[in-house]
Design a protein around this ligand. Structure first.
Ligand SMILES: [Zn+2]
Length: 163
């Protein structure tokens, strides 16, 4: 940490930088990094995590994806800067990065949500095949894949995970 008398270009305050030569303060760098991450995981097939985001049809709303300023303004005025030990998370894990569907959550909370993301198209295909065989009930499939029975139902009825 290094307090620098220069104002951070994002918040206009002389807040601490991680490194003395960084322009942005620590808080603002977090928001910038976040914006880059959510956009790439939702739109860049080469990015880490794309499989669980872009490939599943999860998007960053147009307002945010096109404007860092819009994203920053919304986050700061609705959620504030990132509290210690928190990550940026979606409330409905099948939903987009958009106003009303994001929050700062404690890491353990996010771990719980990540379990919903354990599914991949490959597993969904397997789940549908098992269900079609008639030997697996929705309840048993829910246990096997660690998802709710409602989720299994929406998968086998093609309401979720459609190509
Ligand atoms: Zn700043």
């Amino acid at each position: 940490m290094n307090t620098c008398p220069r104002a951070c270009p994002d918040c206009n305050e002389p807040k601490p930088r991680k490194k003395f030569y960084h322009s942005y303060c620590v808080d603002c760098q977090v928001i910038r990094g976040l914006w880059g991450n959510i956009n790439s995981r939702c739109s860049d097939p080469h990015s880490t995590g794309y499989e669980n985001y872009g490939a599943r049809g999860i998007k960053v709303c147009v307002e945010w994806s096109q404007s860092f300023a819009a994203f920053r303004t919304w986050v700061i005025s609705n959620l504030g800067y990132r509290p210690e030990g928190h990550t940026f998370d979606r409330i409905d894990t099948d939903g987009n990065y958009e106003p009303g569907n994001v929050k700062w959550s404690k890491r353990h909370e996010q771990m719980r949500n990540v379990r919903h993301n354990v599914l991949s198209f490959e597993k969904v295909k397997e789940l549908r095949t098992l269900y079609a065989s008639g030997e697996w009930t929705q309840m048993r499939l829910a246990h096997k894949y660690d998802i709710s029975q409602g989720h299994v139902s929406s998968i086998v009825n093609n309401q979720k995970w459609t190509d």
